[in-house]
Design a protein around this ligand. Structure first.
Ligand code: GLA
Length: 345
């Protein structure tokens, strides 16, 4: 037990493997330096008081029978309620939340917030060090599903909680097997350029609709996970389910192809795989928007080896791989694997 604790939750980049997590497939994300910091201080009484410093807003709610809410408050209330439902002792606390990850930019500022909140609250009751991080990722994902209304998978929370410095994390979402893959870029740079179109994963049209389509496709094919379907069988699905399935299966294969290319230092092949991922997300998954296409064009004109939309789609950032000889646009942010979620001294 301690009177106060500060936790940092990182945002994430996903090198490749998009819309595969809720389909039992593969992805290759890593945590980055920007993220969310939560400072928790134990208080007397039976409430949680949360302050979003960047927004200048406050929330206050009873620890027992946490009521639902909208916006950033849903994340705080959901994290408290899910920790309690899982049997953790949550103490009355004042929480100060501050972040430097762009919201809606496809870097998963929401998972950064959830994991920072959870670790800070667990630290107050002396449970942060012993917690199983995969179980905590699932708990944080329930916050998105049940409290925020975004039917997202486990990609962002696992990347934030289990990433390793210098590595991308190969995640197999069917088995939850996690394998660090050294990210050796031989002088090349990965950058993210914001498209300016913000995405809301809890919006009815878009992300949740794609997930429902994948579930329908898996049910029609008689498999638990779409990623385990026989590629030959997907052609008999009606449009657009056939295209959704084709995206998931080819994207899944691209993850291990990317790992193989990294292992032999073939960065041109990595670039080509990013391009193939983008084409599939745009043409088969129908997850692009004009702003994302224009942003990707800019990156390719600046001589990126490959570029693709990243995250939930329908907006957000574009990830690109630049060779040592080319200069990314000035507003592009260079990204590299950073530390996973942690308590700060
Ligand atoms: C969002 C979700 C993740 C994942 C990606 C798409 O980031 O939060 O669970 O589905 O989209 O790969």
């Amino acid at each position: 037990m301690t009177g106060e604790a500060t936790a940092r939750g990182p945002a994430r980049v996903n090198l490749i493997g998009e819309h595969t997590d809720y389909n039992g497939g593969l992805a290759l994300p890593f945590p980055i330096d920007v993220g969310v910091t939560v400072r928790a201080e134990a208080i007397s009484g039976d409430e949680v008081v949360a302050v979003a410093t960047d927004l200048g807003e406050e929330d206050r709610f009873a620890l027992r029978d946490v009521p639902a809410a909208e916006g950033w408050r849903a994340f705080v209330r959901g994290t408290v309620a899910e920790l309690r439902a899982a049997g953790f002792a949550v103490r009355p606390a004042r929480l100060e939340i501050a972040g430097n990850a762009p919201r809606g930019g496809g870097l998963s500022s929401s998972a950064a917030l959830e994991v920072a909140l959870a670790l800070a609250l667990l630290a107050l009751s002396g449970e942060a060090d012993a917690v199983d991080r995969v179980a905590l990722a699932k708990l944080c994902s329930r916050v998105e599903n049940a409290w925020v209304g975004a039917q997202t998978g486990l990609l962002d929370q696992l990347a934030a909680l289990v990433g390793r410095p210098g590595c991308a994390l190969r995640i197999d979402f069917a088995t939850l097997d996690l394998r660090p893959i050294p990210l050796e870029l031989r002088g090349h740079r990965l950058v993210v350029l914001d498209s300016g179109a913000t995405h809301d994963l809890s919006a009815g049209e878009g992300y949740n609709e794609r997930r429902a389509e994948c579930e329908r496709a898996a049910a029609e094919l008689g498999v638990r996970w779409l990623a385990e379907a026989d590629p030959a069988a997907t052609a008999r699905l009606p449009d657009p389910l056939d295209r959704r399935a084709e995206h998931v299966l080819t994207e899944d294969a691209r993850v291990d192809e990317t790992i193989a290319a990294l292992e032999v230092g073939d960065l041109a092949a990595v670039g080509a795989l990013l391009d193939a991922s983008h084409a599939s997300l745009r043409d088969l998954y129908d997850a692009s928007v004009p702003e994302v296409e224009a942003t990707r064009e800019r990156l390719l004109e600046a001589r990126a080896l490959g570029a693709r939309m990243m995250g939930g789609g329908f907006g957000g950032g574009v990830l690109a791989l630049f060779p040592p000889t080319a200069e990314p646009p000035a507003e592009a942010v260079q990204v590299e694997p950073g530390l996973p979620a942690r308590l700060l001294p």
